[in-house]
Design a protein around this ligand. Structure first.
Ligand code: BES
Ligand code: MN
Ligand code: ZN
Length: 502
């Protein structure tokens, strides 16, 4: 798929299709107006006859519009002009792409990027259009013996911008959008991979490949033997019931002209399968626990985007790979573990395993003297109860870092919402036998999980993203979303001083 920007008038385009907006009720956008004029009222006559109302997502494909050089004109319903917001815009782009892809236009010139979207500039509109396009064309067919094929798929998309002055902004938006999209894709591919293939060693092999592909990247794999030497007992306990060796992949990206500049550290929960262990999960939808490595998958994706963007910062990405299985060697409820930090944890439920893996990873990364640490994890079902599938949970011990992440999440259209963390919640983790239990008394499960992690993140500025509700969608269209790659990459772009505002 190829993207470019252009600044021209619609009647002069010689393309398979030009895409223009129509507002509700039957109101032509300025570009559609232009086409209507040169076609001597052809388009407005169709609207008068009731062919298109302009409702959001409505599509009308026209052939041989009089005096228009392009083969087709796609009229796209955009809803009420004043109500065109970010979400609506993305939905309209999505619908447009699937229509183009299914109706034989292999290339198109899209004028929807000229529509007014509340509070958003050309950079944003083009970048979101690129990301949304890639997102809607994504398929995961690796394991289909017969691969579904589109006969004349969309290959080339040109976004029109209102003035030549905005061309360079548009080009930048395309390159940022493509970098984000490639990270999202990597995250989805890893996430969707079945758990018999994507085990911790597979995560490690992907991390190694990233180092082969980019000179700025190096990778180190820490297996169980080295974890033992490091004292990562808690991490090891979670994996001890599995035949698949636990492996922590440490990906170092060095882009800062000063190679010793402090890095930003990203840590991803990489439970390649979470059966719950001895505290086994119910069988309904247990297959979805292959997605319990989406934190690691998206940290991997963000590292890939970062390497493509070649940003002038140093970043360490940690994929905390592990499998949580029951069995004769598995850890049990009642076990007391000494974490790498020296703090002890009483295991009350082997299904609260993510935090037991992450706590040792959080201690491990102290050696990098991080600028800040962000962990990403499908950590709690409670987060899905609190925020549903739309917004990720955020917990942090540092207000400026929390604000930075929330801002990035809004810029990227990959939202997060901060939850509170305070001492009352910390008390819920008390254990009669150890320094803490691995789960809190009932209530506020996402926050108590965050509280648990915070006890291992005292030496640096830290934030935690709970992506249990946002990392994948269930049901008929089951699949990984690649979230929060857009958020993470935006955060890194901003840190590198490369945010683009008009
Ligand atoms: N990976 C799960 C969390 C999860 C569940 C994410 C469902 C998405 C959908 C995590 O390891 C887990 O099992 N958490 C428990 C914690 C509880 C035992 C304190 C949970 O949320 O039920
Ligand atoms: Mn679990
Ligand atoms: Zn889990």
């Amino acid at each position: 798929m190829e993207f470019s920007v252009k600044s021209g008038s619609p009647e002069k385009q010689r393309s398979a299709c030009i895409v223009v907006g129509v507002f509700e009720p039957r109101r032509l956008s300025p570009i559609a107006e232009q086409l209507d004029k040169i076609s001597e009222g052809y388009i407005s006559s169709l609207l008068r006859r009731g062919d298109l109302e302009g409702k959001p997502g409505q599509m009308l494909l026209l052939h041989h519009v009089p005096n228009v050089l392009s083969e087709r004109v796609l009229l796209v319903g955009c809803g009420k002009e004043r109500e065109l917001d970010e979400r609506q815009y993305k939905q309209i782009i999505k619908k447009t792409i699937s229509t183009l892809n299914e109706t034989g236009s292999m290339e198109a010139v899209c004028f929807l990027t000229e529509l007014h979207v509340k509070g958003r500039d050309t950079y944003w509109k083009v970048r979101q259009a690129v990301e949304t396009t890639k997102d809607s064309l994504y398929t995961f067919n690796q394991f289909k013996s017969v691969k579904p094929e589109t006969r004349r798929p969309l290959r080339k998309l040109v976004f029109n911008v209102p003035t030549r002055r905005e061309l360079s902004l548009g080009e930048r938006a395309i390159s940022h959008g493509l970098a984000v999209a490639s990270g999202v894709r990597a995250g989805k591919d890893l996430g969707n991979m079945p758990p018999n293939v994507a085990n911790p060693a597979y995560l490690a092999s992907q991390a190694r490949r990233l180092a082969d592909d980019f000179e700025t990247v190096s990778t180190k794999i820490i297996g169980e033997q080295e974890m033992k030497e490091l004292g990562m007992t808690s991490y090891l306990a979670v994996g001890q019931g599995s035949k698949n060796e636990a492996m922590m992949s440490v990906i170092e990206y060095k882009g800062n002209p000063d190679p010793s500049a402090k890095p930003i550290v990203l840590i991803g929960k990489g439970l390649t399968f979470d059966s719950g262990g001895i505290s086994i999960k119910p069988s309904a939808q247990m297959d979805e626990m292959k997605y319990d490595m989406c934190g690691a998958a998206t940290v991997f994706g963000a590292m890939k985007s970062l390497a493509k963007l070649n940003l002038p910062i140093n970043v360490v990405g940690v994929l905390a790979g592990c499998e949580n299985m029951p069995g004769g060697g598995a850890y049990r409820p009642g076990d007391i573990l000494t974490t790498m930090s020296g703090q002890t944890v009483e295991v009350l439920n082997t299904d609260a395993e993510g935090r037991l893996v992450l706590c040792d990873a959080l201690t491990y990364v102290e050696r990098f003297e991080p600028e800040c640490v962000v962990d990403v994890a499908t950590l709690t079902g409670a987060c899905v109860v609190a925020l549903g599938n739309h917004i990720s949970g955020l917990i942090s011990n540092h207000n400026p870092l929390a604000h930075e992440l929330i801002n990035a999440s809004e810029q990227a259209g990959d939202r997060a919402w901060r939850l509170p963390m305070s001492d009352e919640y910390q008390e819920q983790l008390a254990s009669p036998f150890a320094d803490m239990a691995n789960l809190g008394s009932p209530g506020a499960g996402t926050i108590t999980a965050g509280c648990f992690l915070s006890r291992f993140a005292k030496k640096y500025n830290w934030a935690h993203l709970d992506i249990a509700g946002t990392a994948w969608v269930g049901g008929k269209a089951k699949g990984a979303t690649g979230r929060p790659v857009p958020l993470l990459v935006q955060f890194l772009l901003n840190r590198a001083g490369q945010e683009t505002v008009e």
